[in-house]
Write a protein that binds this ligand. Structure first.
Ligand code: DHB
Ligand code: MG
Length: 222
């Protein structure tokens, strides 16, 4: 098999997306309004949003926790994958992002099932203890804190909870033991936790999609 050239893998990703990922005007508008508001274009790729959506449906998730809302692109995908009476708590550190996200969620028709909590996730997460456990947790915020977020995912989940971590590849740099990039180090600490912590069973896949070369970790709370 040929090694992937940028042309070839971008064409394959576009083929997958156009063949398998239905277009959704609310998702397109969310991306456009996020850009217009000056937020960075770092939402998950369409094929990755569809993966989150399918994982929610496959796991029968009713309660979802998202850490890192940005403009709610991934939140909309997740919200479309839970029942009408399902519930999503999504945590966003930047109030400006949360405003954009709220408008995008409402326009998508899922605003009534999504609660945006504005604040640092490390401060918000402890306030969620004692509620019903979350069935699916998506971690996509400051990578430095991934290990802290995974610890909370286990505490706020239950046996069977699905945990997804975005950006675990970072252009291959996550395999560099000599890295000094705090985001890469944080990603490594999170993966190492998933590998050794008996509360989790996990794997990770490299991704080559509209967002470049990265990766996604998928874990089960055992
Ligand atoms: C960055 C963060 C993300 O969550 C992502 O998907 C891509 C890039 C970043 O901080 O650079
Ligand atoms: Mg991400």
């Amino acid at each position: 098999m040929a090694d992937p050239t940028p042309d070839a893998w971008q064409r394959l990703d576009a083929y997958f997306a156009s063949t398998l990922v239905e277009s959704d005007p609310a998702l397109a508008a969310a991306v456009a309004d996020q850009a217009a508001a000056g937020l960075p274009p770092i939402e998950v790729a369409p094929v990755n949003g569809k993966l989150l959506h399918l994982l929610a449906r496959m796991s029968g998730a009713r309660r979802v926790l998202e850490i890192g809302t940005l403009g709610a692109y991934s939140t909309i995908w997740l919200a479309r994958g839970i029942p009408d009476d399902g519930w999503i708590v999504t945590i966003e550190a930047e109030s400006r992002n949360a405003e954009v996200a709220r408008a995008n969620l409402d326009r998508a028709g899922v605003g009534d099932r999504v609660e945006i909590r504005v604040g640092r996730a490390a401060d918000v997460l402890p306030t969620l203890a004692g509620e019903l456990p979350f069935d699916l947790v998506f971690i996509d915020a400051d990578k430095e804190s991934n290990a802290i977020y995974l610890d909370w995912a286990a505490k706020l989940g239950r046996s069977g909870t699905v945990v997804v971590v975005d950006n675990v590849g970072r252009g291959g740099r996550v395999a560099d033991p000599a890295t000094v990039d705090p985001q890469v180090i944080g990603t490594q600490r999170g993966l190492e936790l998933l590998g050794r912590d008996p509360r989790f069973d996990a794997t990770a896949l490299q991704t080559l999609d509209a967002k470049g070369w990265d990766g996604v970790a998928i874990a089960l709370v055992v």
